[in-house]
Design a protein around this ligand. Sequence first.
Ligand code: ATP
Length: 557
Amino acid sequence: MFSKKKKKPLISPPSNFEHRVHTGFDKREGKFVGLPLQWASLVGNNQILKSTNRPLPLVDPSEITPTEILDLKTIVRGDHRSSSVPALSRPVSANPLTQPVHNGVVLPKTSNVARSNSLRSMSPPKIRRDLRNQPNIPPSVPEESPPVPPAPQQYPTLRREQSNYALNKPVSDSPVEWSHSHEATVRPVTEINDNQLAAMTYQNIQNANGPYQHNHPQPQMVQGLQHGLNGNNNVGDTHPNTVRHQQPGPLVTPHVPITESKHELRLTHEQFRAALRLVVSEGDPRETLTGFIKIGRGSTGVVCAATDTRTRRRVAVKMMNLTNQHRRELLFNEVVIMRDYPHPNIVETHASYLVGDELWVVMEYMAGASLTQIVTHARMDPEQIATVCKQCLKALAFLHSQGVIHRDIKTDSILMTEDGRVKLSDFGFCAQVSQELPKRKSLVGTPYWMSPEVVLRLPYGPEVDIWSLGIMLIEMVDGEPPFFNEPPLQAMRRIRDMPPPRPRGAARCPADLLSFLECALVRDPAQRHSAARLLHHPFLRRAGPPALLVPLMPRPE
Ligand SMILES: Nc1ncnc2c1ncn2[C@@H]1O[C@H](COP(=O)(O)OP(=O)(O)OP(=O)(O)O)[C@@H](O)[C@H]1O
């Protein structure tokens, strides 16, 4: 009868915006300039990529899985003998109550903050909601960002409606309670943001009286990426959201006596350093370590081999500068994950320290090789591939049973001892899920190894590691992952739109290897086999002892 006249929404102009990222295209050089490192890696013109010829992992800084307030729990600092301030502890128990969830993966009932993967997410989780009224930012609740629209051709893509991953939990910042004793009462959370760290540190860190700064998250970069995935490669260049508009997010930390309670907080360097000090060991490793030799460089810092003069043991030391991290909160992962999840197939952490402005993680020295070195220099036979897969799957089955998702499985993350034992490393990007928070949403991973659900921005779980393991298997057959000759963004489009990839060398692969691969590279995560299930696949009967891998090790020069 009557046509409803739509009222034109009144949109105010942005206020208080800060222009902190300025990107452009240098026609002479033929490359983008001014991109943050992680985004540069995505469009394929960053220096680290060039120097190591390996793609960098990508962490979308604006997409943080919201945190949840869980039950109150008392945690005690692991080593509190000599400490004058309370600190986060190692986990009280390694195996919380568990119940099966879908697809055979068993998740812990709650995440454990002390395991503090957890501390990784200090960026404000609410920004998209806060920015909803701004131009160019579509409403996105409960999802944090729009899915990639289906491409014109179509291999049936996953859609949100197809997955049962409804996010039924409200977004909430999680206050952390803190008491002035060796026992700290905290609400375990799955991720902690700057507000929560501020809450902890405000009351506990002496001399940390500098002003809190507002955090400036970067939601527009997601739009830029989305734009790129939709066919425009000029990420950050032509998309309207390249200018950042500052809009402070809400703060829900009743225990922090700060007047500007509506503002997101960002820890000062000293506060962050003090927070990190709470989880590292005391002492100066330079007093006991000697003979440093640089053996590698990653996106977070350098790795040196050294000798522990007390034990005469060879160790590897990962040194990460606090001041030049893309997301400094990820450093907490480096400290706690390998330490808190000991397993024969996970690189062992001995200790970690703050040395000036650097975080040093001292770990077992893996003198053999990385799997990348092997796949790029040798051809592996099916028995050797099965041996590697089996050892990796043991680590993954263990981690997944604890609710830990690695999120960056690739040959670069697999290190070997000289006698052929295979261990998982590089836990900088991992995340924890639990029954309360069974799915993650952040865009994290290295493009070529990303699962369809991650590319599609669907909530995801531990199954993403199984997809990446499948891609890693293709690396073992072909020497590189699928689409490796294409820019990362194009590779992500192909992952989004195409059937699961097969190795180029499929013709020389036995049927059981291909069948194993088909169980791992399933587009629908609910149908993908879990690590525990894959361990029973007939292909793994080919697996042999670690010695089978020794002939693959590069010969010392
Ligand atoms: N425990 C270790 N023993 C021997 N070599 C190691 C050890 N840990 C790391 N490395 C080597 O040091 C180099 C850098 O490692 P690092 O973990 O910093 O970087 P990465 O693998 O590129 O990861 P990311 O960039 O995600 O931090 C790699 O070549 C790796 O093989």
